[in-house]
Design a protein around this ligand. Structure first.
Ligand code: CMC
Length: 436
């Protein structure tokens, strides 16, 4: 870390001695004040629920400028990555720090595509679930279970184990997600075909059957690949921080990624794409565009508990650049499938138009996020709504593993252990039963 050319001075109004704190500068973005010695020198903690002002680590992977609406993977703008690279190039970039040259690219693609099969026992494990189980519940279990299948890549302190676990996770996620889907609909699992692209293979495992050949539609293949790219990493969000915290205890990579999947499921995070599509369907069912005004009034009424799902972001206070790319993909997919008049897409556009002009949203800087349009694209491709977050998990796996490996390799890494401001009862004695 580079010291900034100034320090921060912390002073107290109660006459306690002030303290100088080092300030570090990143390559871009806000400086950070190093408070690691604060407790030792003052006996005080900082208080920051939700990490509103806390950098939990140093990282060189992804950078978001929330005011500009900019997202960089290893320095490259998401718009360039999404139009000039594919998802596996993106994985290579996130894991290794740079884009692959031609030879590296061929080797990496081959490596991933050669690890797509899962242990055959996995399907028997899957069979223990109810057929109507939510795919995210199934995936949390399946991914956690990988550590019971791949004993030779569970030592997080061994760089070779970490490398192999990364390859396995990226390669096997599409197989596991499609198995979770096929199990739910009662169709036979489709084994991977390694001559297909990463996204093409996934489409075939999802929608192909052993009864006939499956022909991959290149527009849908590209759209899915773009969904994967746009979701690949997003710096220290809730699930990534969960993976880091979980991994900081030294647990194995599969267990840490399973923790990330569990966190992603929530509707404020990865579950928002599912929640957003359900919201659009509810509005449509209750009268469609004519009911948008009524719905917006509910959203603005704090007592209603209704949110405009797919809107707002902790970091972006401008248009989420991923949402722009997703809207473009949405247009392409709908026109390829002859669904230009899709009522949910029209509804989403109407909601966006109203929100972008409404004082409530303007004042709070609430813009569409990646989830606003991704559900419409996925639904058009044929992906069931309850699998949307599973697709997000598939794509985010590379980000989680890159961040986990970065943390383990960081000489400053320690087990994560936040402190607290205690507001409960001070010490007291247990009364006898009759006195309680
Ligand atoms: N609809 C209505 N009001 C909103 C929304 C929304 N979607 N998002 C934020 N607000 C309001 C919020 O009520 C608050 O108002 P006030 O200042 O009057 O109390 C203000 O905007 C600030 O919101 P916040 O909840 O303090 O912001 P946050 O940074 O804690 O939450 C968020 C960010 C993403 C959880 C939130 O915007 C949200 O719940 N959005 C809907 C869910 C969603 O789309 N999530 C996907 C995020 S992107 C994909 C991912 O990373 O997983």
């Amino acid at each position: 870390m580079k010291l900034a050319d100034h320090k921060a001075t912390l002073s107290f109004s109660n006459g306690a001695p002030s303290m100088e704190l080092p300030v570090y500068a990143g390559t871009i973005g806000p400086d950070v004040i190093d408070i690691r010695k604060l407790y030792g020198q003052t006996g005080m903690f900082t208080y920051d629920p939700g990490f509103l002002s806390t950098a939990s680590c140093q990282s060189a992977i992804t950078y978001i400028d929330g005011d500009k609406g900019e997202l960089l993977y290893r320095g490259y703008p998401i718009e360039q990555i999404a139009t000039q690279c594919d998802y596996l190039d993106t994985c290579y970039l996130l894991l290794n720090g740079d884009l692959p040259n031609e030879g590296e690219r061929n080797d990496f693609h081959k490596l991933i595509l050669n690890h797509t099969m899962v242990n055959e026992q996995m399907q028997f494990f899957l069979r223990g679930f109810r057929r109507d189980a939510h795919p995210m519940a199934v995936l949390t279990g399946l991914i956690g279970a990988l550590s019971a299948f791949y004993h030779d890549s569970t030592d997080i302190n061994n760089p070779e184990h970490r490398r192999i676990a990364a390859i396995r996770l990226i390669a096997k996620m599409p197989t596991l997600v499609s198995m979770a889907y096929k199990y739910g609909v009662g169709q036979p699992y489709m084994y991977p075909r390694n001559e297909l692209s990463y996204a093409g293979n996934f489409l075939r495992m999802m929608f192909g059957t052993p009864c006939e050949d499956y022909v991959v539609n290149p527009v849908l293949e590209r759209a899915l690949d773009r969904i994967f790219i746009l979701h690949a990493d997003h710096e220290q969000n809730a699930s990534t921080s969960t993976v880091r915290l979980c991994g900081s205890s030294g647990t194995n990579p599969f267990a840490a990624i399973a923790a990330g999947v569990a966190c992603l499921w929530g509707p404020a995070h990865g579950g928002a794409n599912e929640a957003c599509l359900n919201m659009l369907e509810d509005i449509q069912a209750s009268g469609g565009i004519a009911k948008v005004g009524e719905f917006m009034n509910q959203v603005k009424d704090k007592n209603s508990g209704v949110k405009l799902m797919g809107f707002g972001h902790r970091v972006y206070k401008n248009y989420d650049p991923r949402a722009k790319m997703m809207q473009e993909t949405c247009n392409e997919v709908l026109s390829e499938l002859g669904l230009e008049n899709d009522p949910l897409f029209k509804l989403a556009k109407e909601l966006e138009k109203i929100a972008l002009e409404d004082d409530y949203f303007v004042q709070r800087k609430l813009y569409p996020n990646v989830d606003f349009y991704s559900g419409i694209v996925q639904r058009a491709i044929g992906i069931p709504v309850n699998l949307f977050t599973g697709i997000f998990a598939l794509a985010r796996t590379v980000g989680w593993i890159a961040q986990l490996n970065e943390m383990i390799g960081d000489p400053e890494y320690k087990i994560g252990r936040p402190r607290q401001l205690f507001t409960g009862s001070p010490r007291r004695d247990v009364p006898t039963l009759i006195k309680r």
